[in-house]
Design a protein. Structure first.
Length: 320
């Protein structure tokens, strides 16, 4: 095999083409990479010349990746991931959770868990710096797979291979009703009691939507004229008398201003398991295991830590 010199190929050039592929826009890609648009465009042209392949089809309005470009950029992503893994492996010698950790957290958990989590971590991990992102589970798992996040807090199980999951705690669900709803007067409730047309749901893509339907024994593709875009909007819809829903326990804290409008009933058999997810290939895996153990030992109020066998499992499981 002939020796092929790599002096003309840089990781920075690969970062440029990955950014263009992600954003499909040279100007936004240059902004993300912290360079001028002209500089980025020139480096992409030089890389195309080096490879002998046109990576992008360009027009005034659109940037489209070519078939050869898609194949080579996918390989470039692997190169960048390997380079980052090399740096992180070196960092583990001085402290695997010292420095920046990019954390994703599902939108139905983040606003209610993070305020108590941050002081706890500041005391236990003073050198840890978090970069927080909240979104839908599938979006954050995609970011995790592409090395745009390091760990994700999500409701388990999650979908996809190559992820390692460490259960942390069980968060109870409660039923929230308009104060005048007939079910609000019931002292005890079973999950089948909630199977009805008044059940309010979040938009498709929220794992909480699927969990609510599954717990109530309803089909996953249930039609409903109005869907809440967020947990806060779902709460407002209940307060307005539009219907009832399942609400995670942590989201019910500090809601005294709704007294008289909303009635809440415990559901002993209903909960979700919150876990920490990372790439199984990440060399910081042992550090994340220890981090998960610490979080299990310090669950949020009203939540129960999960008893995990040793060693924890690697997940290849589907989301509910």
């Amino acid at each position: 095999m002939n020796y092929i010199p790599l002096s003309g190929l840089s990781l920075r050039d690969i970062e440029y083409v990955v950014a263009v592929d992600d954003l499909r826009n040279f100007s936004r890609a240059a902004e993300r990479c912290g360079v001028s648009q002209g500089g980025l465009s020139e480096q992409v042209r030089k890389l195309e010349s080096l490879l002998g392949v046109v990576l992008f089809e360009r027009t005034r309005r659109h940037v489209t990746v070519t078939p050869d470009g898609a194949r080579l950029i996918a390989m470039g992503r692997d190169v960048l991931a390997a380079a980052r893994a090399m740096i992180e492996a070196a960092r583990t010698r001085t402290g695997p959770l010292d420095g920046v950790v990019r954390v994703g957290i599902i939108a139905t958990l983040g606003p209610y868990y993070v305020p108590d989590l941050l002081p706890l971590l500041r005391r236990a991990y003073p050198q840890l710096k978090l970069q927080l992102t909240d979104s839908l589970t599938d979006t954050m798992l995609r970011m995790l797979r592409h090395d745009e996040l390091d760990v994700v807090f999500a409701a388990l199980p999650v979908s996809g291979e190559g992820f390692h999951c460490a259960p942390l705690f069980r968060e109870p669900f409660l039923a929230a009703f308009p104060a005048t709803h007939p079910l609000a007067r019931r002292k005890t409730l079973a999950m089948p009691d909630l199977k009805g047309p008044d059940l309010l749901l979040l938009e498709d893509g929220h794992c909480l939507r699927d969990q609510a339907l599954a717990l109530c024994g309803m089909p996953p593709q249930r039609d409903q004229p109005r869907l809440a875009t967020s947990l806060e909007m779902l709460w407002h819809m209940i307060g307005a008398g539009e219907g009832y829903s399942l609400i995670p326990r942590l989201a019910l804290r500090h809601r005294g201003e709704w007294d008289g409008l909303i009635s809440v009933t415990a559901l002993p058999s209903a909960s979700r398991t919150i876990g920490l997810v990372w790439r199984a290939s990440d060399p910081r895996g042992p550090a994340f295991e220890e981090f998960a153990r610490f979080l299990r030992e310090n669950p949020p109020e009203s939540c129960t830590p999960v008893d995990v066998p040793s060693p924890p499992h690697t997940a290849h499981i589907r989301s509910a």
